[in-house]
Write a protein that binds this ligand. Structure first.
Ligand SMILES: CC(C)(COP(=O)(O)OP(=O)(O)OC[C@H]1O[C@@H](n2cnc3c(N)ncnc32)[C@H](O)[C@@H]1OP(=O)(O)O)[C@@H](O)C(=O)NCCC(=O)NCCS
Length: 199
């Protein structure tokens, strides 16, 4: 991967735009891996390169969905995807999503970096007033990184998710622009973000 592909940069990862080939391997492996999709809507039906290519074509040119590839800075390895979805350009909000598919990259802070980069991008560059997300109540790790970034719980949809024979609440969380301006100064990544976005 050429370094000119870097769009946003954290300490250990960078984000770049997605190419058609990103919707083949290794993404097929990630979305068919039950451990990766344990808490997601994805994974309920089997995926293959064609179904992912169809997804890419549907999303291409979309005015309401934006996706980025997550890559490791040390070797440019593509480890996951993130995005802003269901963007409402009037109310100025959108839904944050993330999937780190390479399990070797879990628990090293990458997910937290991506969340903070994408939130800053949404608010400082796209002029969002709010970033929201949905998380399975049992996804303790994701929930923790959202709380740490300053996201607040808006409410719970009771027994909204059915996974492996059990129902789970879906927790909706969000961060408003004013809250972001306060929270970001305590983010370890803030200095890195500030330099890049000139904010
Ligand atoms: C959820 C996900 C984004 C988290 O990214 P990550 O890079 O693995 O997580 P981080 O390293 O940023 O860790 C987040 C926090 O959770 C903590 N954590 C890790 N495992 C944990 C566990 N089992 N229980 C509680 N906390 C845990 C980490 O210690 C860290 O907190 P800290 O910074 O205070 O140490 C990533 O694992 C992923 O994409 N998983 C599959 C798809 C998914 O679940 N997406 C989220 C949908 S809402």
């Amino acid at each position: 991967m050429k370094t000119t592909d870097i769009y946003l940069e954290g300490k250990s990862i960078f984000l770049r735009s997605m190419q058609p080939q990103d919707f083949g391997e290794p993404m097929v492996r990630w979305v068919n891996d039950r451990e990766v999709t344990k808490y997601l809507y994805r994974g309920t039906f089997p995926a293959n390169a064609q179904s992912l290519q169809d997804e890419f074509h549907n999303m291409k040119g979309s005015m309401t969905d934006l996706q980025f590839a997550i890559c490791l800075k040390e070797n440019s390895q593509y480890i996951g995807v993130t995005g802003l979805h269901n963007i409402n350009w009037i109310a100025r909000n959108g839904e944050f999503r993330i999937l780190i598919g390479e399990k070797s990259a879990w628990n090293k802070g990458a997910g937290t970096e991506v969340l903070q980069l994408m939130t800053s991008y949404a608010i400082d560059i796209l002029n969002f007033n709010k970033v929201y997300l949905g998380v399975n109540e049992a996804n303790v790790k994701a929930h923790k990184s959202y709380l740490k970034a300053g996201f607040k719980e808006e409410g719970r949809s009771r027994q909204e998710i059915f996974r492996n024979g059990k129902y789970f609440d879906a927790v909706r969380m969000s961060l408003l622009k004013g809250e972001y301006l306060e929270a970001r100064t305590s983010w370890p990544l803030w200095e890195t973000i500030q330099k890049q976005l000139s904010v």
